[in-house]
Structures are given as structure tokens and as C-alpha cells.
Design a protein around this ligand. Structure first.
Ligand code: OGA
Ligand code: MN
Length: 277
């Protein structure tokens, strides 16, 4: 793949590329948008440095790639309801999403992706790990692939660790009366590239449909540890002006919680996805 407009530098062999030679706050022509989308599809998560964008420009950039959706359970900024603050204050212990997960896989149509802009960072720590679920799937043995190919899993917003990770980091949450639950194939096909990827995650996947817990839990445990192997991952160190844009259909992420006593604030915009198949 040749990129003529943007400059693309891979940050690890498995996943992730840094994109430069671009100002995300300016108007983008269709070729530039296409190159950014191609880079996203190929590297699964793309990063930008030294960007200076307002919430308004953040939304405008996101709109080049799809429809913007609300994030369930967390309130957006007062003037920009679709820009959601991901905030850990200095006196808080839990960080939002602080475990390996794919975003909101408990929705019938989980997001296609998200664009996260760093606003306030600890002097050190607070990196985010990303993992490539196409590679994780491909690395499985043929019999395991065959077993998983036909299976469906239940994803729930109520998985305990997730709730815990939300409780004191998001004071302005809107909790649903009932947990949100969705069933999705364990192996999904990427709607744009046709690739198969592993679509379970520690944060939200609770069991495998049709199996007893004593059957599904060990299998899920294996998949949860398999899918976060270092060889499928990259680690992103945020700096002021950094932005990450991930393809939520083919990746997991894990924001490290190693900066207690310091504040970290990110702004997040979420893009609509389709029903996983
Ligand atoms: C998210 C999330 C990652 C981070 O916004 O979905 O998991 O690095 N945050 O804060
Ligand atoms: Mn997340």
C-alpha cells in the first residue's frame, strides 16, 4: 500500500502506526481521508502527534469516517454531548476501561471505532496497550479455529470488574436499570476487509451460548490470555497533542492504571458500527 499524502511509521510489528504530515484540525480532501482510512484498516490503530484540536474540530475530523454516536452510560461535555470525557482525577483509584476490552461489545451494534484526544496527562504512566485480534485469531490452531468459528458469546455491561472500573472514575454516569446484553459471534468478519478476527474480550464477554459455564469459562480464560500476548500488541505513550484512532472491530485496548495521585483527562468521540457477523 502506498501512501502519497500522509507519512506512516509502524510502531510495532503487530499493530499500530504513527501518522504524520497532517493537521487534523484542517479541512481534509477525500484522498487524504481515504489514506487515513486505509492506514486504520491496515494497522488497526493509528496515532497522531502534536495536534491542536478543539472539541469542535475533533467532531469534524470524526465525521469524515462515519456517524457519531453517543457513548452509553457516560455523559458528554455540556456543550458537546458527543465528546465524552474519560477522566481519572488525582484522588481516584479506578480508571475508565481499565482492563482488556473492546468497546461496548454488549450493544447490538458496537462502535466501528473511537478517536481519543489527550487533554491532561500524568508526567509519566497512563500509556494504552492495543492488541490485534486478526493476528490473535490467525495464531490459533486449525481445530481451535474450527470450534470457535460457529460459536456465539454473550457480552454484558454488568461484568463486575467493568462496573468497578467505572464507579469512581465517572461521577456523571447514567447507569441503565438493567445490564445491557448482546450476543455476538466469537469470530467475526471485518465488514470492510473481510478478515476474520477474534471477538471476545475480558471486559464484557461472560459466556458462550449453548455451553455450560464449566465448559465455556476455561475456554474464555484461554482466549483472554491468548489474545493479549505481547506479540499481538503495541504500547502507546501519550504526549500533549496525541490522538489515537482505533478500529474497534478488530482490536482490544487496555489503558494502564499506573499513575495514582495524578490526573489524566482524555476526550473521546465514538463512531457507529454494524452488527458483528
Ligand atoms: C476508551 C478507553 C482508553 C484510554 O476510551 O474506550 O478505554 O487510554 N480509554 O483512556
Ligand atoms: Mn475503551
Amino acid at each position: 500500500m502506498i501512501f502519497k499524502i500522509i507519512k506512516v511509521d509502524e510502531i510495532s510489528p503487530a499493530i499500530g502506526a504513527e501518522i504524520s504530515n497532517i493537521d487534523l484540525g484542517s479541512a481534509l480532501d477525500s484522498e487524504t481521508v481515504k489514506e487515513i482510512r486505509d492506514a486504520l484498516l491496515r494497522y488497526r490503530v493509528i496515532f497522531f502527534r502534536d495536534q491542536d484540536i478543539t472539541p469542535e474540530k475533533h467532531l469534524k475530523f470524526a465525521k469524515y469516517f462515519g456517524d457519531i454516536v453517543e457513548y452509553p452510560m457516560v455523559n458528554g461535555l455540556k456543550d458537546y454531548p458527543h465528546v465524552v470525557p474519560v477522566h481519572k482525577k488525582a484522588d481516584e483509584q479506578y480508571n475508565f476501561g481499565g482492563l482488556w476490552h473492546s468497546d461496548t461489545s454488549y450493544l447490538p451494534k458496537p462502535p466501528m471505532g473511537a478517536i481519543l484526544v489527550a487533554r491532561i496527562l500524568p508526567a509519566k504512566g497512563g500509556d494504552t496497550l492495543f492488541a490485534n485480534m486478526v493476528k490473535a485469531y490467525e495464531a490459533l490452531s486449525a481445530p481451535m479455529k474450527e470450534l470457535l468459528d460457529g460459536l456465539v458469546a454473550t457480552n454484558s455491561s454488568a461484568k463486575s470488574d467493568v462496573v468497578k472500573s467505572r464507579v469512581d472514575s465517572q461521577k456523571d454516569m447514567r447507569s441503565p436499570p438493567e445490564p445491557l446484553i448482546a450476543e455476538h459471534p466469537i469470530v467475526r468478519r471485518h465488514p470492510e476487509t473481510g478478515e476474520k478476527s477474534l471477538y471476545v474480550n475480558f471486559g464484557h464477554t461472560v459466556n458462550i451460548c449453548g455451553m455450560k459455564d464449566e465448559e465455556s469459562l476455561p475456554l474464555l480464560d484461554f482466549l483472554f490470555s491468548h489474545q493479549r500476548k505481547e506479540e499481538f500488541c503495541c504500547r502507546f505513550h501519550w504526549l500533549p497533542g496525541s490522538i489515537a484512532f482505533w478500529d474497534n472491530r478488530a482490536t482490544l485496548h487496555y489503558p494502564l492504571n499506573d499513575y495514582h495521585g495524578h490526573e489524566r483527562l482524555m476526550h473521546r468521540v465514538t463512531l457507529a458500527g454494524d452488527v458483528p457477523v
